[in-house]
Ligand binder design. Sequence first.
Ligand code: EPU
Length: 419
Amino acid sequence: MKYFKIEGPVKLKGEVSAQGAKNAVLPIMSAIILYDTPVLLSNVPQVVDVFTMIELLKILGTKVEWKGKNDLLLDPSTINRYTAPYEIVNQMRASIYVLGPLLMKFGKAAVSFPGGCAFGPRPIDYHLHGLTLLGANLEIDRGYINASMKSPTPAEITLNFKSVGTTIHLMTTASLIEGETTLINCAQEPEVVATADFLIKSGVKIEGAGTNVIKVKGVRKLNNLTEYKIIPDRIEAGTYITAGFTTGGEVMVTGCSPIHLEPVIAKLKEAGASVERGNDYVLVKPRENKIKSLQIETQPFPGFPTDMQPQFMSMLSVAEGLSIIKEGIYPNRFAHAFELQRLGAKIKVIEPTAFIEGVEKLTGAEVAGQDLRGSAALILAGLIAEGITTVFGIEHLERGYENFQEKLQSLGAKIQSSS
Ligand code: EPU
C-alpha cells in the first residue's frame, strides 16, 4: 500500500493552480464515442480515473495520444467494439457512462455491471431505467448489462433523485436521438453544465443545463469539434482552500471557478474564514481565531458537496464546540471518521449523521484512506496533527488529485511518500 508520511503541524502558505475537473472530463471522454473525428481535450488532469477511462476507450478501439502534459487527443474514428469489460468497470464506476453512447453508435452494447464502492452500494438503477425509457432493451446476464436499442425514442423522464451521473448519461444519449427529450429533476452540478456545453458546441440543442429541467433536441450526427477545454476541478480547489484555512495559513488557488465553489466558500466563512475571490482565484487569509463549529448537510448542487464532506470533517475535528454533518447523498460515507479518531478526533457516527466534538489538537498516528476524498481528508488532518501521521491508501487519492504531494510541498507541507 502506498503511503505519505506527514510532519505536522504546519501552516500552508503560497499559491497553487487548479487542475481540470475529473468529474467533467470522464463523461466528456465517454461522449467522444458519439463522434467520428478526433477531438483534442485540454486541461485534462493526469489522474488514475482518467487513465482508466483511456484504457476503456482504447479497448473500444479509440486512438489516444497525450499531446502535452494535460492535452489529450482522442480519435474515435477507429472504434469497433462495444464491450466494456469487468476489469475496467470494476475499477471505476464512471465507466457506465459509455453504455448510452455505445448504444447510439452500434445499436447494442455490453457493459459489466459496476459493483459497490467504499461508501455503499451505489446502484445504477436510475441510469438503466432512463435508458429503457429512451428505447433501450436491457438484460443482465452473468454480470453484464447486455443492451440493444432498435428504435431510439425521445421521452419525458423524471429522475427519482438529482443524480449527477444519470442526468449526464441520459442527456448525452439523447443528443443523438432525433426529437425532444425532457429530463425533469435534473442534477445542476457544474459538471452537468460542462458536458452540455461540450455537446452544444457539437450542434446539439440543449436548454436548461444547470437548472431542474433539461431539454435536449437530438441530432442525427454531431458536428466536428476539434478542441475543448475542461473546466477547473472545484473539489480539488476546495480541498486546497480548506487546507489553507484549517492550518491557519494563507493559500491562493488560481485558475479555478469561484462561482462553483460558492457552497464551500459560504461554509468556510461561517467557520470564520476570511476569503477573497476574483474571477478565477480564491484566496483564504490567515486565521486569527479558532475554527467555529458548523452544521452541514450535504446535498446536490448548489448545496454543500458530499465530495468536500471528509475534508470538512478533518477541519471541524479541531473546531470550537460541536459540529454536525448530515450526509444527504451517501448515508454511510464516513470511513474517514473512524480513522480521524485514531488521530484523537472525537467523532460519533449515527448514519447518516456525524457528530464532531472539536478537540484542542490532533496527534500523529497511522491511518488508512478507504476512498478518494477520505484519503485527502486524512492528509489534511496530518497537516494539523502534532508529530508524524502516516496515511496509507494513497492509491485512492491518485484517482482524483494530480500531484497532490508536490502541490502541498509547494505550500510548505512536509510530506514524504513511499514511492
Ligand atoms: N443513485 C442510485 N441509483 C442510480 C444512481 C445514483 O440510487 O442509478 C444514488 C447514489 O447511490 C447516491 C445518489 O443517488 O446515493 C447520488 O448519486 P449520483 O448519481 O449523483 O452520483 P454519481 O454520478 O455516481 C458523481 C461523482 C461523485 C459524487 C456524486 C455526487 C463522478 C464520476 N462522480 O457520482 O464523485 O460524489 O456525483 O455529487 O462524477 C468523487 O469525485 O469523489 C465522487 C465520488
